[in-house]
Structures are given as C-alpha cells and as structure tokens.
Ligand binder design. Structure first.
Ligand code: GLU
Length: 447
C-alpha cells in the first residue's frame, strides 16, 4: 500500500474552532494508524482575511491537543510552485490568459482561466459513496488572478499533489469544490486522492453550530479548564464510533480503532453537556498534583493565601472540589461565591439556620448538638476520618432523627445550606476546629 499522507488545511481567517478539531483529529488518526504522515498546511491565499495571530492560535491549539504534525507548509511561501504549474498548464493548453472587462476602472483586465472540458466528474466519497457532478455549469473557471496570485482551488490541488497527499479528509462544505479540483488534477496528471467529507456538526436544534451553543475556540476551552483528553474524546465521537457503546477512548486506542468506513452519514449533533461529562471523567484521572495546581491557579488571591497558609486543608478539599465541578474554570466562580471559605474560616450564620425543617426549639437542637459533641470528643485524633465519625454518630442520629441531628451539625461546620456531608466536613476541618465550631453553634442555640 502506498504510504498514507493526510493533511489538515485550515485557513488562518479565524481561531481553531472545535468543529475543525474533528477534521484535524480524523486526519491525524488516519495517518498515525497507517504509519503515515500528517501535514499541517496553512491556507493563507486570502491575504486580506488571513492573520498571523490566527495561524498562531491554530498551531497552539493543535499542539496543546497533542495532534503533532510531521510537515508544515504555508501557502504564501509557495507562490513559485503555483506559478510553475500555471505555466505548465498554459503550455498544455489547459489554462489560458483571459481578457476581462474590468468591472471597475483601474481593475486588471486579465485573469487565468481553466479550460473546462465540460464533462461529468464522478468521484467516490468514503462517507457518501459515488458522487457525480456535471462541471459544465462551472464554465471556464478562474484559477489565478495573475501568475503570482493563485486562487484557493488551484493552490489546494497543487499542494495536495506536490505533498503526495493520499487521503483528503475535510468538512462536507468543501464537497462542491471537489469536481473543480479533480478537473485541475486531471489536467496536471496528478493522482486522485481518496476523499472523505465529514458531515457538518449541527447545533442541538439542527441549526448551524455557533458560539451561542457553547462551541468555542480550542484555546477558550483550555482557559475554561477543559482537558485535551476530554476534547479529543468528545470530538472523536461526533460522527464516528468504534462500532460498540464504548465512550471513553484514549488517543492511543483511537489510533487502533478509528476507521473511515465508520464515519456516519448523518450530521453529528453538538452536546455541551456531553463534553462536560467527558471532562469530569478525565479530571478524575488527572494526576493529583496537577489537579491541585489547576485549582490553586483559579482561586481568587485571598483564598490562595489561605490555602498556602493551610496546606493540609487545601490538600483535603481537592477531592471535594473535584466532585462538584466539570471544568476547572468553575472553581473560580464557586470560590467567588464563597463556596470554599468555610474550609478556612469559621462561618457566620443566623441561629435559625441551624434548625432543621419543623424543629423550632433551639434548645432541643442545642441539646442534640451537645450529644454530637460528646460523641466526637470520644474519637481518637488519629482516627478522625469520615467513616469513624459517621460510625460514632450514626446510631444516635438514627434514634433522635437524622435530619434534626445532622443538619445542625453540618450547618455548624459550614454555615451553608449546601455543603459536603458533616462527616467529610468534620474530617477535613480536623477534630479541634470541628469541636470549636459545634461549641459555637451550641452557644448560639442555648442563649
Ligand atoms: N482551507 C480550507 C478550509 O479551511 C480547507 C479545505 C480542504 O481541506 O481542502 O476550509
């Protein structure tokens, strides 16, 4: 088999969008799976709209995702090659200089046109099967404004030919470009690559996917605290599956399992919740040290200082934080909302908040907390972990009413309507702080 060469050919007219990542990923996977080569080609023929910052963003995003390329090209560096081919095709009679009626005064009066053989082009698409197209309607299309300014369709064909691209995997918005590109290939005597046009990714309401559906640039996901593994896994399954229900697939596995034949014909539908679900999964597998770095980095300054001053507590709250987030970015908002303050500082709250539902007797609640305090006091410091704390209190709580015992205990420790369970909280805070906070609540209840 010929050595597989694929390419990802973004135009640097915008940032690397998550939809394009799928094209890049499938091209990359196919090359890796076949021990082939993967080319990154920046298609900047549109000089006005192409920007270096977008090129940088695309490269940065791909690097971060780990989709490394074996070769790199930029169309603006290749003008001489396009020119050579134009000359070659003119010599062959396939391209001619066409005198044009300038639309505006001062406009060029010449362009280079392809002499259309006006025939039906049939090509095979790996997803859709055979596609036929009568090229007559294209007329003698323009391939370059002048010898130094090729148009996009022409540059693509020359590049794919020169670079030996065997498989073109791209979005199906490019499908209608294919017949014209094939005509140019044929005139050059270039081999026809194998085409796979990927069905578009649609918004949940089947409209065009956009930012408002949560589809962002890759670098924006990075800022929001998504992991590359999650993005790749999510993107891979938008339009492909390994033929079973397996959802969690590493990049290594994808290389083995990916197949162009299994790319689905129907448009894949975007689902941000699914992306979050993947991210939550991969965060849990992320090395603990890195998780705490990510979380620390997203703490507001004041909280960072507290975390630094209390490394033991900070270490203990990591799993609690992770349990409640899908992305690291959520940490910042939760921290700002005060969700983590009580781990470091005694909470303040109203006496009434300590009362469980219909329990309207502060004295009764106070007495129950006194019992809890006694039970906690009996636990050996060395065994102050959630299981032991729970065992110590559970019997009494069951007897006296779980809500009416555990609610005030939890509230005394966190001062919030929602927080981890009281046993986890107590173990994070440690015996001393736990006792101190419960004593404070008792005082408030028994005044
Ligand atoms: N530069 C084109 C785009 O960004 C690539 C089309 C192709 O892969 O041939 O849509």
């Amino acid at each position: 088999m010929t050595n597989v060469i694929t390419r990802f050919a973004p135009s640097p007219t915008g940032v690397l969008h998550i939809g394009s990542v799928r094209t890049a990923l499938y091209s990359w996977l196919y090359a890796r799976q076949n021990n082939g080569r993967f080319i990154l080609r920046i298609e900047d023929t549109d000089k006005e709209r192409s920007k270096k910052e977008f090129e940088d963003n695309i490269i940065d995003g791909l690097n971060w995702l780990g989709l490394n390329h074996d070769e790199f090209f930029r169309q603006s560096d290749r003008a001489v090659f396009y020119k050579e081919r134009i000359i070659e095709l003119i010599a062959k009679g396939a391209v001619y200089i066409s005198k044009e009626e300038p639309k505006e005064p001062g406009e060029r009066a010449e362009v280079l046109r392809f002499k259309n053989p006006n025939k039906v082009v049939t090509f095979r698409d790996e997803v859709r099967g055979d596609i036929s197209f009568d090229t007559t309607e294209l007329g003698d299309f323009v391939i370059a404004k002048d010898f130094d300014t090729p148009l996009y369709h022409f540059a693509v064909v020359i590049d794919d030919f020169d670079m030996g691209v065997t498989h073109i995997i791209r979005g199906d918005d490019a499908i209608s470009n294919t017949p014209r590109q094939i005509l140019i290939q044929e005139a050059l005597g270039a081999p026809r690559p194998i085409y796979t046009h990927l069905p578009m990714i649609l918004a949940p309401d089947k409209s065009k996917l956009s930012k408002r559906h949560g589809a962002l640039a890759v670098t924006e996901y990075r800022e929001e605290g998504y992991l590359p593994e999650a993005i790749l896994n999510f993107v891979a399954l938008m339009g492909w599956n390994p033929g079973n229900d397996q959802e969690i697939i590493s990049l290594e596995e994808m290389i083995k399992l990916f197949s162009l034949e299994k790319v689905q014909k129907g448009g894949a539908v975007w689902n941000i919740d699914k992306l979050k679900w993947f991210n939550k999964h991969y965060i849990k597998l992320f090395p603990v040290g890195k998780v705490s770095d990510e979380i620390f980095a997203r703490f507001p300054d004041a909280l960072r200082e507290k975390a630094e001053a209390n490394p033991k507590i900070f270490g203990k709250i990591i799993p609690v934080i992770v349990d409640h987030i899908s992305t690291f970015g959520e940490v910042h908002a939760l921290a700002e909302a005060g969700e983590y303050d009580y781990f470091f500082d005694d909470p303040t709250y109203q006496r009434e908040s300590l009362l469980w539902k219909d329990e309207n007797e502060p004295h009764v609640a106070g007495q129950k907390l006194q019992k809890v305090l006694a039970l906690i006091d009996d636990i050996d410091d060395a065994f102050f972990v959630p299981e032991t704390i729970k065992t110590a209190i559970w019997g009494y709580a069951t007897e006296a009413g779980r809500g009416s015992v555990l609610w005030p205990m939890r509230y005394a420790l966190s001062g919030r309507d929602k927080s981890p369970d009281p046993f986890t909280l107590a173990s994070i805070l440690g015996k001393e702080t736990t006792i101190h906070r419960i004593e404070g609540a008792i005082k408030l209840l028994l005044i």
